[in-house]
Design a protein around this ligand. Sequence first.
Ligand code: ZN
Length: 281
Amino acid sequence: MVRFGPSGFCEEFVKLHSHTEEVPEWLMIHGLDAYEYAFNKGIRISDEKALSINKAFSEKGILLSVHGPYYINLANPDEEMANKSKGYIIDSLKKMKLMGAKYLVFHPGSLMKATRQEAFDMVMKRLKELIVLLDENEFYDMYICPETMGKHGQIGTVEEVAQMCALDQRIIPTLDFGHINAFGCGCLKTKQDFENVFMTLKKYIGERYKKVHIHFSKVMYGDKGEIKHLNYDEDDLYGPNFQYLAEVLKEHNIDATVICESSGAQTQDSVKMKQIFETID
Ligand SMILES: [Zn+2]
């Protein structure tokens, strides 16, 4: 199954509404069935609000995922700081249980002054420690979803994320195709390029490559990778092209939630992607 929906409030939504509990109705009107809530700047939501969101989303059958705080950095060489990052992931999951959300997207880490290999090794070490914490907290059916990143100073190539996912069944990839394309300065040009992303996953996690979380938006890039997210109608230069991804999702029977992170037009662009997906035989 492939679900579609926006990340956060789009510009049209905020003209009319201001509460997350109003999102499910809004999505239904647009024929969408997924939504990503952001803890980007902190986990600042009361238990009461979390339960109220849970009720609103479960009543309408909308799949809710959460984007973890931006300051999570599992590559931080400072053990204390890294422990804090692991704590933010566990705290996010605790809140998500109340919200009825099972998928936590997070940015694995930044290189800071380390080499890519050193930073990656750090992330892998911390993820192994996190798996122990997942068990200790009895998070047996919650998923942490490291994201493919767009800037060269960040950990999160497809190959790196695939290796993270090989550590445990509860680690599944967030494939951000705008980021993958930006990191590779426009590397996603053909359908084969999209298929290769899934084949890299398959190499490390076998048939589990068929279950993924996806971010899709057009992303402007320069020689160091990502610059900024764009709306569909602002882009005819950077890409990537959703048509090819849609074909690959259908042919490989991928179970995915496709979250649109356009810059303001997330809902409209989600609708466009869903229409593209549905016109494929
Ligand atoms: Zn992200």
